[in-house]
Design a protein around this ligand. Sequence first.
Ligand code: FMN
Ligand code: SF4
Length: 517
Amino acid sequence: MAVTVYISCDSGALALGAERIAQVVSREAQQRGIDIRLIRNGSRGLFWLEPLVEVLTELGRVAYGSVQVHDVSGLFDSGFLSGSPHPLFLGLTEELPFFKKQQRLTFARIGLTDPVSLEDYLAHDGYRGLNNALTISGADIVRQVTDSGLRGRGGAAFPTGIKWNTVLNAEADQKYIICNADEGDSGTFSDRMVMEGDPFVLIEGMTIAGIAVGATQGYIYLRVEYPHAHKALNTAIAKAYAAGYLGQNIQGSGKTFDLEVRLGAGAYVCGEETSLMESLEGKRGLVRFKPPLPAISGLFGKPTIVNNVISLASVPIILDKGGEFYRDFGMGRSRGTLPIQLAGNIKCPGLVELAFGLTLRELLYDFGGGSASGRPIKAVQVGGPLGAYLPESQFDTPLDYEAFAAIWAVVGHGGIVVFDDTVDMAEMARYSMEFCAIESCGKCTPCRIGSTRGMEVLDDIINGRELNKNIPLLRDLCDTLLNGSLCALGGMTPYPVLSALNHFPLDFGLTDQADAA
Ligand SMILES: Cc1cc2nc3c(=O)[nH]c(=O)nc-3n(C[C@H](O)[C@H](O)[C@H](O)COP(=O)(O)O)c2cc1C
Ligand code: SF4
């Protein structure tokens, strides 16, 4: 009988050579006359061990990693197809501490299944949520989502149930569901992993959303830099249509939901929901004034749900197991789980899905293993390029929206970028202003002009010029950005800038925090 071998087709694994390993393993098996069944799965999210090769044995799936081309013949010689010991042998994949300590709800199938196999999806609890949704009213579906406590994972953490309810109650001849798959934040990759590793879960979540609020058309707005996700989504969408999970009369229910992928050309601001809709309508990605809210007047002026990939991909398990089940995870008003992305200068980068509530320190050391360089971790930026920098003294903050807000930080999309003690935080602050200047859509003055002036002031500060004048000037400018910007691109740039200044005054040529005030 053929032995089943898994090698990931996730972009992260491919970047580390997984495609070549898959070719060499196939060729070696053929040359030795051994029958293998090679499955290209999503990634388990243990990126420092990629390319990871898993073999299905009598005991379960065992892992070898990270495998290089020159390791392959030795693996065959040592009998890895029956799970034999080898220097790269890691044991049962699901017993690896990084994996075992996780609580995977949204990522339950990722790394386990063949992403574009509908049979595999169905065999692993796929479409159970939709099947339940088809037996209840739209209002009851929305109630389940509201009861789950799910808050948007795209950054703003707005309650998903409230947004859906607004669209449900809006009168219109056409409504839309948009999945925001622009994933522009630095250090984030959970959306990409879902789309590449389990595209059906996103399709199912969007279909449930459409049926709940009476929207018959969905769009996935995908960044052009994700070609593997594009391919996986299109393959899965075609299979869902063929099997009656998309289109007219879904599973004999009489309900209709059509879905297609649209590519964005790659502007950070096109991740902002109104700018995204402008782009979808074929216009330049320019932020719109709010109100009206997209839920009232969104795409082409129609009521529209815009949700992040993770928000929508969390819906099937909520409809399968119930809102209460999901709500049981987490702390305070942060319910459920968060797929956290560990990146930057960290020994064990990867994807950790856990209930809200664990501390940054646990993440950085118990999961991440400390810095990759072996030097002390000086700062972490949480929540993308607009997130605050947190110093060591804040590493005991629990991952919770309110706990982060209390220290003037954000959880955002759950991306964590780690820096060791060689980082210069004044340079990082300048980089944040530069990022804002480059990515600004130009619609409002504080962001369009303020970001460039901010770079100039920071250049003066970095060069030690008139700190007693320029530090207050920088604070004043940040105050204008914070309060006068039309959207969060300009409005949140002060988070990284001021957190760097407040927590690391020495890097700005100041002697202590009092000077930074
Ligand atoms: C500059 C900027 C960029 C954004 N980029 C993204 C993004 O890449 N993905 C995303 O889901 N939300 C992004 N957002 C947030 C969206 O505007 C919106 O709040 C989100 O898509 C709503 O979905 P959710 O409620 O599921 O989080 C961005 C916001 C701003 C201001
Ligand atoms: S803050 Fe920046 S990105 Fe947002 S609307 Fe104003 S100019 Fe555009």
